[in-house]
Design a protein. Structure first.
Ligand SMILES: Cc1ncc(COP(=O)(O)O)c(C=O)c1O
Length: 241
């Protein structure tokens, strides 16, 4: 049974998984499987049809990863997290999830070089998603670069290598007004929650980017999320389409 504790020290150890109900072993098992047995063909059809939640195939989900993802989501106050193999994969997934060829997104110029390269050379030149770099020292630059095809804003909490704190609250507010979610790479500051020593005691709404979440235009399938290290975190403020 997952822990009911509110303490971060306990959550990092026990959120998402407490012990195996049969053996009472506390270490998270490493499930070395690609496949899962279905109860019957209806069960398989429901899983593949997304009518029922469960394990289908390890490329899509895995019970070991699921514990890690749930743990990160609880610690960060999100509704869900997705673990990926690298930070660049998390950045790519986060933007590509809501941005298609022909769309654009606005990124802070204070950016890790690899991400700059990913946005400019890979996503813009080969995938057709336009990146618009703006100087974050004036948050209004994000608004000025926004148009009807802008799908998200992107920034780093503590940019690598500049370490100039990004104005999250200001840009998130502009995003709420413009209907554009803010994606934050939180690599340099792993837990962002503020206002309490306990992540759970501080509701997700206390996160400035979360607070910025609000009404979405129907055609935007978007949410504020953070590729924190190798995680794409969904704080739950922008409902999926
Ligand atoms: C801020 C930031 N974001 C993303 C990355 C990329 O992470 P990874 O090397 O895991 O792809 C780095 C790597 O140094 C980084 O500093």
């Amino acid at each position: 049974m997952p822990t009911k504790s509110q303490h971060p020290e306990t959550l990092v150890l026990h959120a998402g998984y407490r012990s195996d109900p049969t053996t009472t072993a506390v270490a998270v098992p490493i499930y070395q499987t690609t496949s899962y047995q279905f109860r019957d063909s209806k069960h398989a059809a429901d899983l593949f049809g997304l009518a029922e939640f469960g394990n289908i195939y390890s490329r899509i989900m895995n019970p070991t990863n699921a514990v890690l993802e749930e743990r990160v989501a609880v610690i960060e106050g999100g509704v869900a997290a997705l673990a990926l193999a690298s930070g660049q994969a998390a950045s790519l997934f986060a933007v590509q999830n809501i941005c298609q060829a022909g769309d654009n997104f606005v990124s802070s110029t204070d950016l890790y070089g690899g991400t700059w390269n990913l946005f400019l050379n890979t996503m813009m030149k080969t995938m057709g998603m336009e990146v618009r770099f703006v100087d974050p020292s004036d948050p209004e630059n994000f608004r000025r670069a926004t148009d009807a095809r802008t799908r998200c804003y992107y920034a780093e909490t503590l940019p690598n290598p500049k370490l100039e704190v990004f104005p999250i609250a200001e840009v998130a507010k502009i995003g709420r007004e413009e209907g554009v979610p803010l994606i934050v790479d939180n690599t340099a500051a792993p837990v962002l929650r503020t206002g309490s020593s306990s992540p759970r005691a501080a509701p997700p709404a206390t996160h400035p980017a979360r607070r910025a979440g609000g009404r979405r235009t129907a055609r935007r399938r978007s949410f504020d999320c953070r590729p924190a290290s190798s995680f794409s975190l969904h704080p739950g403020c922008f409902p999926a389409r």
